[in-house]
Write a protein that binds this ligand. Sequence first.
Ligand code: FAD
Length: 397
Amino acid sequence: MSETHYDIVTVGGGLGGSSLAKAMSEQGQRVLVLERETNFRDRVRGEFMTPWGVAEAQSLGIYEIIRDNCGIDAPVSHLGFGPRDLPSTTPQQLPGLGFSHPEMQEVLLEAAKSAGAEVHRGVTVTGIRTGPTPAVTFQDENGDDQEVTGRFVVAADGRTSSARKWAGFEVKEAPQPFYFAGLLLKGVAAPEDEVYLLFLPHLGACTAMTPIGRGRFRTYVAYADNQGMRLQGEQNVLRFLSDAKRADLISQCFNKAEAIGPLASFRCGDFWVEHPYKDGVALVGDAGSTSDPAFGQGLATTVRDARVLRDCLLANDDWDAAGHAFATEHDRDSQVIRRVSHWFRALFLEQGVDADARRARAMPLIAQDETRVPDHLFSGPNLPADDSVRRRFFGEE
Ligand SMILES: Cc1cc2nc3c(=O)[nH]c(=O)nc-3n(C[C@H](O)[C@H](O)[C@H](O)COP(=O)(O)OP(=O)(O)OC[C@H]3O[C@@H](n4cnc5c(N)ncnc54)[C@H](O)[C@@H]3O)c2cc1C
């Protein structure tokens, strides 16, 4: 590597790191991306981007790149109230986007490279030194220790981010009593442009399914953690399919379904950093906040982070001030996403006498008027999320 100083160094080349690298390289900034993997594999991650995320992806110039290379538009959604046409019913007037996550990572890293970013793969970042000129240390492809400096460092190393610890951020957490499992399938008898998010409140579970193109469907099952069971590995594929089939609307789809990827499950919880910027280091995407299950908003949050950070850095030559402006905006969105996701879990997933009472009050009203369900999942965190919205959802006005 000839250069050792860059405008921006990103730790990680996932959706967050690569889309920011592409956007800032296009503006003439010298960007270095440090990515550990030489080949992206199926890690069981997000593959449905909701319309408010698609709007952010459009603004970053990555929507068509993803759709045309490894994705598919999903204009119709099902939450159990009949099909919904997303382009005519969301403020963004856009469809959702399904895609293969590992293919998306390859495509966006190539796009970042074409825009002028320097991309190093097979390198593992091992530390960050914060300060006016932050430094990043890493092991290169040969196992040798290297150091680069940046005017600004972006930590985009995912949900188990080490970078946020090295940079001294405190991680807040609120564990949730659920697991979220995912599996890639082929042979599913379902339309290739429809996405499903179907709650089974009496079981404390939900099934979600999104097409990702070329006849493949990512299917997820969320389930309560009190069953003493982990949906993981080949031996649990049949159990996963039988749990997915409990959602009546799609129960017949899986009769000829075949697993074409690993089955993995994740413990749910909210993990976040308040004000994810300090001393030259910003946290983007899952490194800054995850809320599971947030029912398909992690990708949207990640691309919004990249878009907001780009806009803040371009608007202000003082990048320390720009970092703080980004963090303030991130906090507002992240609080709304956590609050609304909590409402969804309380009404649609939680078990027990109190949860049953909540449902007895709310569900008949929702059945009469589905607009009582807050639309933040599809329309984004700019919608109002105050107590009057909560009371209307819970039928407490
Ligand atoms: C089961 C599951 C289902 C989900 N479903 C959805 C969904 O349907 N819709 C949705 O919107 N969101 C979903 N999400 C969330 C979504 O996948 C994430 O929000 C999104 O992938 C975050 O992108 P990122 O770039 O921040 O992190 P990542 O995609 O994790 O990328 C981080 C990158 O950093 C690299 N890296 C890590 N450490 C280092 C290091 N030390 N050195 C160098 N490189 C490093 C990694 O190799 C990786 O490429 C889901 C998540 C899970 C777990």
